[in-house]
Write a new protein. Structure first.
Length: 226
């Protein structure tokens, strides 16, 4: 699950997605409940809170710090109260970013990997969005979540996240974001549910910049673990 990503440079977003960015766009690292950029149907750019606000919620973020809504599991997105109405209405979005961060624990300690595209382009990650009305002020607050899918069988992504020693490798339920290429965008943003589900696939390993994986492999060899 991704809990930190970097907004792409303005010129990269405008050139790759061919959109005009809203005022206030800044190339920041985005964490849960910070502001990030989403592209809605028609590639309309909008700043929103990363972390969906539940319908009927009293505040912009859950009262418990243990609850995070910046990632939404594809398997339960149609049934979870926070996401199901937006999913049913087809409120899907693209999330542009330069990189997103994931942990690798193969050395016994956490090494953060920054997941970049090998071609240097920004990622277009699959997300879902909604709007919430602040009961105190009447302000309409947009929010969004990244959708995640299982990647236990992936040669690169299965190396990420701390494994559960009680579970076999095929049952770890490692998670990946949904990566969408330009040809996928119309079906993701405007297609029906079946079309969107068909795009929820794990990207090939060669789509990723291997720099951090190579550095970790060298560290494993240095430790006699590789």
């Amino acid at each position: 699950m991704c809990n930190l990503y970097q907004m792409a440079p303005r010129d990269h977003v405008e050139r790759y997605f061919r959109v005009l960015l809203p005022e206030g766009y800044r190339e920041l690292a985005v964490g849960p409940y910070n502001q990030g950029l989403i592209l809605q149907a028609g590639l309309q750019a909008r700043l929103a809170q990363w972390g969906m606000i539940a319908p009927g919620g009293r505040t912009r973020r859950p009262e418990s710090r243990a609850i995070l809504t910046n990632n939404a599991r594809a398997e339960s997105i149609a049934s979870r109260p926070t996401y199901r109405d937006a999913w049913r209405r087809g409120q899907r979005c693209l999330i542009p970013c330069a990189w997103y961060q994931e942990p690798n624990w193969e050395t016994g300690k956490n090494i953060w990997w920054r997941m970049r595209r090998a071609d240097g382009a920004p990622w277009a990650l699959g997300g879902i969005w909604s709007e919430w009305t602040d009961p105190a002020s009447g302000e309409i607050v947009p929010s969004y979540s990244m959708i995640t899918i299982n990647c236990d069988d992936h040669p690169l992504l299965a190396r990420l996240h701390r494994p559960d020693p009680k579970l076999p490798a095929e049952a770890q339920d490692k998670r990946s974001v949904v990566v969408l290429e330009p040809g996928d965008w119309p079906a993701w943003l405007d297609g029906d549910e079946a079309s969107a589900r068909a795009l929820m696939t794990v990207p090939p390993a060669d789509r990723f910049d291997p720099t951090d994986a190579i550095a970790t492999d060298q560290r494993l060899r240095d430790l006699g673990l590789g």
